[in-house]
Design a protein around this ligand. Structure first.
Ligand code: BES
Ligand code: ZN
Length: 479
């Protein structure tokens, strides 16, 4: 099997890389076009834009050389599918990405409008630039480069969905209905970040998610707090009491009984390896204003961010929130609470645990409801597979350096789904950077990352076709 050096001399790969490099301006222009479409999946008014983005992606797939391209409707936003089956005896890669984006609020903090992509300091600023349109386009450009030269050395099937940012509610059913058609050897997802510019990393674990809403209802309507305060339970007070008991603020430990029962301990060898990864504490401190980090002191910041579960209030609504004072006893209070989960925690089980616990701690005289909004199962992949080795060889070609191996704190629901429904592992070969401002104002995609990303995606197909580059194991090389 070829080493990355041998791979880099493969004339077919060199031709595809040359084609990609000759069309950097075109690749950038195409990404800008896609970024102009405000495909915010959670906002109902944007449904036509989400549809327009699906149509744009389908057209681009056809132009890149994919066949059987179609847009499948779901109860909400469509899935775009396309494939290129070169030869059934070759390996088949299922490439997943999402063309939907997060909302843009708070809009006033954007330096340039979120859907008017703007180049600044070597980066392209726009909502969805890094998450995930830029990374989807890196893969599409790579396919186009192969198809414009000798043709792909592997079979590809593409699934680009429009509901990732709302928890992929319809993907499960769609995937089950098309499981036969989606058969593949491995999945490839580019929707994560590498450690730092010039320091590529492969993500081998993702956290899961359990997202609930806790609603506390009290009096029938808002009341004057002078007239009624003292003899009526206040839902806002009651909700704070509940939230306070979910988590120990001093240690970061979650207090829900049974919450940690299924948490797999981090093996000492993995802890040692994570400790060696060049995690940028300075950038962490810069982004958060607290380089020391909050949380469970028994674990390093890297471990807390990727390998340990969390509980966070993501939103709180109740009473008077305008300027100045208003003496009101609110009728209702609502908290949005999400928990990031790690292997082998199960979102359905966690919903049951938090629901039972909240029922036991809920104060009297109010009505408390826990509603499940969405969930995703955590994922943990074997790092010693042919496809992971192919990704490592590809990063060496695209970035000139072997990758580190990292756990990612975010969630991508499809990864556990593909393991379940299709029985395949996923390679998380991301091209973003930790400070891309995902889900925040001024999201950006660094243009050098886009170019390295296209090259890495081009190289991945050659490396996979060559058998994953056995004989040159960068995991072993790091030990
Ligand atoms: N691309 C992200 C996942 C991610 C987050 C990767 C942070 C790397 C760093 C993805 O689009 C995302 O935001 N996922 C949601 C999933 C949820 C809506 C089910 C998340 O993690 O909050
Ligand atoms: Zn996202």
């Amino acid at each position: 099997m070829p080493t990355p050096t041998a791979l880099a001399a493969d004339p077919r790969l060199l031709a595809a890389l040359a084609a990609a490099r000759a069309d950097r301006a075109g690749a950038l222009a195409r990404l800008v076009e896609l970024l102009r479409i405000p495909s915010v999946s959670t906002v109902p008014e944007h449904a036509p834009d989400v549809r327009a983005a699906a149509e744009w992606v389908a057209a681009r797939m056809r132009a890149a050389g994919l066949t059987g391209v179609r847009i499948d409707d779901t109860p909400r936003h469509p899935v775009v599918y396309g494939e290129r089956i070169v030869d059934v005896s070759m390996p088949t890669v299922l490439i997943y990405g999402h063309y939907d984006v997060q909302p843009v609020d708070p809009l006033d903090l954007w330096q340039t409008p979120p859907f008017e992509p703007t180049e600044r300091d070597g980066a392209l600023y726009a909502r969805g630039s890094s998450d995930d349109k830029g990374q989807v386009m890196a893969n599409l450009e790579a396919i186009a480069a192969w198809e414009a030269t000798g043709g792909l050395p592997v079979n590809v099937k593409l699934v680009i969905e429009g509901e990732e940012e709302i928890g992929s509610p319809n993907l499960d059913a769609w995937m089950r209905a098309h499981a036969h058609e989606l058969a593949a050897d491995v999945a490839l997802v580019s929707d994560t970040a590498i450690l730092a510019p010039g320091t590529p990393s492969i993500v081998y674990a993702l956290r899961g998610l359990c997202y609930v809403e806790i609603e506390v209802e009290g009096p029938r309507r808002d009341l004057h707090s002078g007239q009624y305060g003292g003899a009526v339970a206040n839902p806002a007070n009651a909700l704070c009491h509940i939230v306070d008991q979910l988590l120990d603020q001093a240690t970061g430990r979650i207090r829900i009984p049974g919450f940690y029962d299924r948490v797999r301990p981090i093996e000492p060898a993995e802890r040692a390896e994570l400790a060696r990864a060049p995690f940028d504490l300075g950038a962490f401190g810069g982004a958060t204003g607290d380089a020391g980090g909050w949380g469970d002191a028994d674990y390093s910041i890297v471990e807390r961010l990727g390998a340990r579960p969390t509980l966070d209030v993501n939103g709180l609504v109740s009473g008077w929130t305008g300027a100045g004072a208003k003496t009101v006893l609110p009728a209702k209070a609502l908290a949005k609470v999400s928990m990031r989960l790690v292997p082998d925690q199960d979102p359905d089980e966690i919903v049951a645990l938090i629901t039972d616990y909240v029922a036991t701690i809920a104060p009297p005289h109010v009505e408390v409801t826990v509603r499940n909004l969405h969930g995703a199962r955590p994922a943990l992949a074997d790092r010693d597979t042919a496809a992971i080795r192919a990704a490592a060889a590809a990063y060496e070609i695209g970035f000139g350096q072997a990758p580190y191996y990292m756990r990612e704190g975010g969630s991508i629901p499809v990864v556990a789904l593909m393991a379940d429904v299709l029985g395949i592992d996923t390679v998380l070969m991301g091209f973003g950077l930790p400070d891309d401002n995902l889900h925040a104002p001024n999201e950006r995609f660094v243009l050098d990352q886009y170019e390295r990303g296209v090259d890495t995606a081009v190289a991945f197909h050659a490396a996979l076709a060559a058998g994953g580059g056995e004989g040159d194991d960068p995991v072993a090389a790091r030990r």
